[in-house]
Design a protein around this ligand. Structure first.
Ligand SMILES: Nc1ncnc2c1ncn2[C@@H]1O[C@H](COP(=O)(O)OP(=O)(O)OP(=O)(O)O)[C@@H](O)[C@H]1O
Ligand SMILES: [Mg+2]
Length: 108
């Protein structure tokens, strides 16, 4: 089955990323589309707006641990975000900048 990925991303805060992701997800699910919303934000506002439950989510998925794709309602599932994503962001940034520095010193 063909899949579509839609990303809501903007450096600017408070512009409606979470609200749009949530509302579009709920709308598409109401049309019978099978939707997975993925909360990569350490603030986890999307996750908190959809459930009070704690599930291993994005951090676990990206670090090779067991994770749950959690059913919020028919046709709408969630891969949770949480504060641990902030640590992962930090280590990924350090890794990327370390690689850039190494490439610069290799070429110079
Ligand atoms: N279309 C809209 N009309 C009016 N208010 C809106 C609309 N979309 C979002 N909001 C409100 O704007 C505020 C910010 O929205 P939201 O949290 O979705 O932004 P965000 O980009 O995810 O923010 P952050 O960068 O903090 O994650 C919220 O109070 C939300 O209810
Ligand atoms: Mg948000």
């Amino acid at each position: 089955m063909p899949q579509k990925k839609i990303v809501f991303s903007n450096q600017k805060g408070g512009v409606g990323k979470t609200t749009l992701t949530r509302e579009l997800g709920i709308y598409l699910a109401s049309l019978g589309k099978t939707v997975l919303v993925i909360d990569l934000d350490p603030q986890a506002n999307l996750t908190r707006s959809l459930t009070d439950e704690e599930h291993p989510g994005c951090h676990e998925a990206l670090t090779g641990q067991r994770y749950d794709v959690f059913d919020v309602q028919p046709d709408l599932s969630l891969l949770s975000g949480d504060i641990k994503m902030a640590m992962l962001e930090k280590s990924l940034i350090a890794e990327i900048f370390g690689r850039v520095d190494r490439e610069r010193s290799d070429s110079g």
